[in-house]
Design a protein around this ligand. Structure first.
Ligand code: 3HC
Length: 281
């Protein structure tokens, strides 16, 4: 299958990685050539980890990398696609614009998926003339490791589109879970209030970030504490998702903690900026 991934950030490079690894021809599209080059280097590095763990051979690493093409032009990048997976910034206006462009340039039969973590699939589908072929394909970071794909059905998503994406997710070695379109779907509707509450604990002086994380790691067997996880996801991403939950579901329980807002305003975005609840210098 020809798969085009839009956006060469953390999720985009992980999604390109898993499709290429399972034999698909992947085109990775980003406006910025430097981001594309960095994404390819990241894919190579992460494939290298799998080789080091003897889960992949060096030949498979090379063949996987050779299946990834890079493009800065979106229309060119989707022209031959059977499936497009959009993984751009979490911004509803931007996504609508991107989907309009994809809809104009991709073959009529192509399925258009979004990796959005909280924006309505029905709304995204509304920007296209093929809403029945639009679906959510929500992957988790680190994509090569995490088994879940939350497959989100918009109001108009057809059974045929859902079935194709479900099967494709299984072929990637993932476990697809069917979810209907609602703010945050299931994953972030459950995860983000927990992260937000952990931030409130620090904000209100209940405990330090280290203490909160230790409680959840050792008491609840979470692989990472919620604040380490928030740094890993990106504090700006967490805030954006909480704002969608708060606005769409209209309940105070989703109100982003003032400390989270302050940290994002200060540019403390977590791991990617070198500072969040922890220092990564
Ligand atoms: N690519 C390939 N392999 C990777 C990798 C990557 N990017 N990152 C880690 N790995 C591999 C390692 O090589 C290792 O392989 P092994 O099991 O064969 O030894 C394995 O994954 C575990 O990695 P490490 O030993 O380095 O480290 P940990 O044991 O601490 O695990 C972790 C790291 C998998 C990230 C683990 O801490 C974890 O599961 N954390 C929680 C992650 C999580 O919750 N993600 C979801 C975020 S929410 C999201 O993405 C949705 C969005 O909408 C917000």
């Amino acid at each position: 299958m020809n798969v085009t991934v839009i956006g060469a950030g953390t999720m985009g490079n992980g999604i390109a990685h898993v499709f290429a690894q399972s034999g698909h021809a992947v085109t990775l599209v980003d406006l910025d050539q430097a981001r594309l080059d960095a994404a390819l280097a990241t894919i190579d590095k992460n494939l290298g980890r799998q080789v080091a763990k003897e889960k992949l051979t060096a030949e498979q690493q090379e063949a996987t990398l050779a299946r990834v093409a890079l493009k800065t032009d979106l229309a060119e990048g989707v022209a031959e696609a059977d499936l497009v997976v959009e993984a751009a910034t979490e911004d509803a206006t931007l996504k609508a614009k991107i989907f309009e462009q994809i809809d104009d340039a991709a073959p009529p039969a192509a399925i258009l998926a979004s990796n959005t973590s909280s924006i309505s699939i029905t709304q995204i589908a509304g920007a296209t003339r093929r809403p029945e072929q639009v679906i959510g394909m929500h992957f988790f970071n680190p994509v090569p490791v995490m088994k879940l794909v939350e497959v989100v059905r918009g109001l108009a998503t057809s059974d045929a589109t859902y079935e194709t994406v479900r099967r494709l997710s299984e072929d990637l070695g993932k476990v697809p879970v069917e979810v209907n379109d609602a703010a945050g779907f299931v994953s972030n509707r459950v995860l983000m209030p927990m992260i937000n509450e952990a931030v409130f604990c620090v904000h209100e002086g209940v405990a330090t970030a280290e203490a909160v994380d230790t409680v959840m790691k050792l008491g609840m067997a979470h692989p990472m504490g919620p604040l380490t996880l928030a740094d890993f996801i990106g504090l700006d991403v967490c805030l954006a998702i909480l704002e969608v939950l708060h606005r769409e579901l209209g309940e105070d329980k989703y109100r982003p903690c003032p400390l989270l807002r302050k940290m994002v305003a200060a540019g403390y975005l977590g791991r990617k900026s070198g500072k969040g609840f922890y220092d990564y210098a």
